[in-house]
Write a protein that binds this ligand. Sequence first.
Ligand SMILES: [Mg+2]
Length: 254
Amino acid sequence: MYSMDLIQKAKNIRKTILQMIVKSKSPHIGSAFSVVDILTYIYFKEIKKGDKVILSKGHAWSSLYATLAELWKIEKENLINTYSQNWSRFGWHITLWSMEWVDATAWSLWHGLSIWAWMALSLKDNYIYIIIGDGELNEGSIREALLFIATKKIQNVILIIDRNRQQGLGETNKIIAIPKLHTVLSDLWWNTIEVDWHDFNNIENGWKELSSEKPNVIIANTIKGKWMGTMENSIYRHYKTPDNEQFNLAFNNL
Ligand SMILES: [Mg+2]
């Protein structure tokens, strides 16, 4: 039954993001919609006091602001009206101006895992959820952090890879491919789980496979722009803002 609540929360969050991005004529709606269900599940189902959530794919930060608004930690109308405006505290990428609500900035991508690999050592009683985009896997620092965490057997990190198979300039497997990602991560000593992340029941089943012996990575198979109708799975949604007609169609479908 809880699943219906999560579905409604995710719809509300997408509606907020849509309004934020269209009002400010901002990019990255596809990236934000891709990660909404991941944030919804963590924030409304799993997170405990003291846990950390690090959204390393910083260009999707509209989704985290909107999730915090759904939790009443940010005032929703203010967020919609000021997102990405001059002097706003809510920019495309998270900055120090928003540190009241979060634990890390992500103006440059691909640092989330490296930074928090170290921090995890001092936060042993809490989980640290680190969400990276599949495009971030191109970066060498990610590989270093994967090896470090596995070697040190850091078990309170749960790494979630938002695998929508697209990144800023095209399809991930045409830019820097990682064939057999599941096998690669398993071979690096990570407990590797793979789920369809737009189905909350599926996520819950995947969650049961978390290991207490090894660090955990969840390959979250997602769709860029999920629930945007004809705008789903489109690389143009990395940059293009929906026009009024597309806004109305997407908003009314949610
Ligand atoms: Mg991607």
